[in-house]
Unconditional design. Structure first.
Length: 200
């Protein structure tokens, strides 16, 4: 029981950090400011479903591509860790830069809320590494749990925003970015250690 709980936490936390729902909420409120309650809920449902489908497609295609070109898990840990580190640093010094490019009003549940605001490079990189380490079912469970959390928090976004305030949300988002950077460093370290061991 404890091992199962530990496994769930080991996949849930990195995915939660990669999505960074606290950075997503203010942008979501801005994009849906002119929508009524039912339209906003439709956008939320559309974004969650799209996010799940995009992750499934990416994971399926990603594994096939990696096997075809001979990329190892450790190769991807190093490269993925570097990508996550860059994303985390940019999120700390230039908040919102990666998530607000090319925003259009049409179909906002798909673009930009689902992609790239929920399913961005950080989430996709994290998923691939977790899949290689834990197999498919545990990361998939962690993803679904996180999407339920995102769904709930977006529905309560106005209340949470009023409760915590803009400064509080920004502070939590910065903390998420620092945690993401820590996960990135861990991935790079493990990848390098395993690669060096494989050379001897």
């Amino acid at each position: 029981m404890l091992n199962a709980l530990k496994g769930i936490l080991n996949v849930f936390i990195p995915i939660f950090v990669a999505i960074d729902v606290f950075a997503l909420m203010p942008l979501f409120l801005t994009l849906t400011a002119e929508l009524d309650h039912s339209e906003r809920n439709r956008v939320i449902n559309q974004s969650i479903l799209t996010s799940f489908l995009v992750c499934l497609v990416f994971v399926s295609a990603g594994e096939f591509v990696f096997r075809t070109i001979g990329v190892t898990v450790d190769d991807f840990k190093i490269a993925g860790g570097l990508v996550l580190l860059i994303i985390a640093v940019l999120d700390i010094v230039s908040p919102g830069l990666l998530k607000t490019q090319g925003i259009e009003r049409a179909s906002i549940g798909v673009v930009p809320i689902a992609v790239p605001m929920i399913v961005g490079p950080a989430l996709l990189t994290t998923l691939i590494v977790l899949l290689e380490h834990y197999g498919i079912w545990l990361p998939l469970t962690g993803l679904i749990m996180n999407l339920f959390v995102v769904h709930f928090m977006l529905r309560q976004a106005s209340y949470i925003n009023n409760l915590i305030g803009k400064t509080g949300i920004q502070a939590i988002s910065k903390l998420m970015a620092i945690l993401l950077a820590s996960i990135a460093i861990m991935m790079i370290r493990i990848g390098l250690v395993n690669t060096i061991k494989g050379c001897f």
